[in-house]
Design a protein around this ligand. Structure first.
Ligand code: SLL
Length: 172
């Protein structure tokens, strides 16, 4: 297999989460009534324009990503969650914020090592900026404020990729 020399190519992504407060009815329907939020953590393409419902594009990243593993807090049953096809996202319910480890494995043709990203799962809306001691608003207030979004932009850079992988990237 041939590595290209002096080539660098990147793919823009966003990763992060959205969260909503569960209604009393929804909470009662759960096997964990102490859970207060439903959230979705995801890796998405940043190559196409976001629309109002979907942060990031609807692009399918599976032409270069084989698997995304979301490692959740140990309080979750089976905290290691593999997602093997697009959309690379995971939804859960819970009561607390924590750091999610996001491992991205690339298609085998790439010969690339996995990369690991970290995202602080955000459930609570911002309160006053510059007042870090401020507690989050009570749930009924937060519910009226609507979904919480926390997303980061990044670029996955491939240096001297294999020619076959470069062709795959360029073809998309
Ligand atoms: C901490 N921030 O650092 C906390 C951890 C863990 C959240 C929060 C669900 C657990 C379950 C859940 O929301 N865990 O399955 O009941 O200590």
């Amino acid at each position: 297999r041939v590595r290209t020399r002096g080539t660098s190519i990147y793919r823009p992504i966003i990763y992060g989460n959205t969260a909503v407060v569960l209604s009393q009815k929804e909470r009662e329907a759960l096997s964990h009534p102490d859970h207060t939020h439903r959230w979705t953590v995801a890796v998405r393409s940043a190559a196409s324009a976001p629309d109002s419902d979907n942060v990031g594009g609807a692009d399918d990243l599976s032409y270069f990503i084989k698997r995304v593993t979301f490692k959740l807090h140990d309080t979750y049953a089976n905290p290691t969650r593999n997602v093997d096809k697009a959309p690379f996202e995971l939804s859960e319910t819970g009561w607390g914020e924590f750091e999610v480890q996001i491992r991205i494995n690339f298609v085998s043709e790439s010969g690339e090592k996995a990369i690991i990203l970290y995202h602080h799962l955000k459930l609570h809306p911002w309160t006053a900026i510059g007042e870090p001691e401020q507690p989050p608003p009570p749930l009924d207030v937060a519910a009226k404020m609507g979904p919480v979004h926390s997303w980061q932009y990044d670029e996955i850079v491939f240096n001297d990729p294999y020619q076959t992988f470069l062709n795959i990237l360029i073809a998309h």
